[in-house]
Write a protein that binds this ligand. Sequence first.
Ligand SMILES: Cc1cc2nc3c(=O)[nH]c(=O)nc-3n(C[C@H](O)[C@H](O)[C@H](O)COP(=O)(O)OP(=O)(O)OC[C@H]3O[C@@H](n4cnc5c(N)ncnc54)[C@H](O)[C@@H]3O)c2cc1C
Length: 303
Amino acid sequence: MNILNRLVVACVPAVPKPIVRRFANRYIAGETLDEAVRVVRQLNEQGMMATLDVLGEDITTHEEATAAVVESEQVLHRITSEKLNANLSVKLTSIGLKLDKSFCLDNTKRIVQTARSLDNFVRIDMEDSTCTSDTIDIYRSLSKEMKNVGIVLQAYMRRSAADTAKLIPAKSNIRLCKGIYNESPEIAFKEHDEINRNYVSLLRTMLEGKCYVGIATHDTQLVESALQLIREMNLQHHEYEFQMLLGVRKDLRDSIVRAGHRMRIYVPFGKDWYGYSIRRFKENPQVAGQVFRSIVFPWNSHS
Ligand SMILES: Cc1cc2nc3c(=O)[nH]c(=O)nc-3n(C[C@H](O)[C@H](O)[C@H](O)COP(=O)(O)OP(=O)(O)OC[C@H]3O[C@@H](n4cnc5c(N)ncnc54)[C@H](O)[C@@H]3O)c2cc1C
């Protein structure tokens, strides 16, 4: 990232919320479940699956965690009643990971059991490195008794090769992404090329280990490497899927769909859209730059 981009990104938290909201619209389905259902239906009509994420991290009480569990269950019931092709992604900090691990395990179990009763699936998102071990523990404990649960590994984490080795014997369902949190070089690869090399190596290991992988990336180079691996291993379309975030790289997304591969779009929605949007802007200084220009030149902004 060049100095100007870094400056722009640093300024984003100072941007008034209404302006952030205008630019956030491309990344979030809205504040309500009704809005999210509309977006998922459109994606389904275009041949894509979805995973719904109720935005909300950093809860501080057991009551908030329980409310988030109820909300997740409502999403699962709504997916069924609307006959959507979608599952649920959940962040364990939103259901109590930082309050009490066994409380969080119970909460996650409740959501996964509800999903199982509806013949649906729950993906446990991966958060920052303070959560990695606990998240994997909870996933492994649940996946022993229920098959409708998956996990995420991050290619920037140095530990991910060892984690992959632990998850392969159970043929885990793994989403592989680069990782979005700012981790230290002691525990994470920092350079684009080394992260990409690790991504491809992990992907090969997971696919050879017969894991179902959600190949989550918008990086053309990684998509091409993944397609090459898929050809090399002669995998059928139902043995993997691609995944992308709502509003990102529609060109690449559509070309993957046109080629007949499964594509699942991550569809976040909810009242707590602000933190999520700021993370997306930090990832993409071009959009952050548009936000910045709309403040400096409000008469000349385009969303
Ligand atoms: C479905 C899905 C689920 C994810 N789940 C997790 C998770 O559980 N835990 C976690 O840590 N991370 C998660 N991520 C985030 C992922 O780690 C980040 O998206 C990552 O930082 C970006 O990696 P990339 O593979 O897109 O490659 P990059 O090299 O970052 O991006 C490749 C290209 O994609 C485009 N691009 C990327 N991001 C954006 C953006 N926000 N806006 C516009 N264009 C963009 C740019 O053109 C960029 O050049 C998830 C991502 C996806 C797609």
